[in-house]
Design a protein around this ligand. Structure first.
Ligand SMILES: [Cu+2]
Length: 144
């Protein structure tokens, strides 16, 4: 009983860390060699940052954002310095916004299958998830 109490106190003291919910991706079509992964990230008790992502499904994995380029065209690019995850906040990775880019897919993403992704946070560390692969035109985790 005593050790349990000590463990509970330790967990409480450590506080809640950022979490990755509802990870999803889109099936690739026509042999596309890139894919995107989306999710809802909820902040922990302290500010955090999503620094990077990794996946065994692609040769390169980057954290991307959509932003207006100098030419006025909305384009995606790698996020510099990570995505801020405010304490208790919610940051959604979604189409036309932040996303994890899988570059150089080793195999097509098939609807109904799952793709492994590791989210790397400054505080929360590495969080491994399996993103569900939805329709190629899905716009949210609820599109099936
Ligand atoms: Cu991208």
């Amino acid at each position: 009983m005593k050790w349990l109490l000590i463990m509970l106190i330790a967990v409480t003291a450590a506080g809640a860390e950022a979490a990755v919910g509802k990870p999803w991706s889109r099936a690739t079509i026509n042999g596309a060699e890139a894919g995107a992964v989306f999710a809802v990230i909820t902040g922990g008790d302290a500010d955090d940052k999503l620094m990077a992502a990794e996946s065994t499904a692609s040769n390169f994995t980057e954290v991307h954002e959509h932003a207006l380029g100098a030419d006025g065209v909305l384009a995606m690019r790698e996020v510099q310095g990570g995505i801020a995850i405010p304490a208790k906040g919610v940051v959604e990775l979604k189409p036309r916004s932040y996303h994890i880019m899988l570059i150089g897919l080793k195999a097509p993403l098939i609807k109904g299958a799952k793709v492994p992704v590791v989210f790397v946070f400054q505080r929360a560390g590495r969080i491994a998830v399996e993103a569900e692969i939805l329709d190629p035109w899905a716009m949210s985790a609820d599109d099936r």
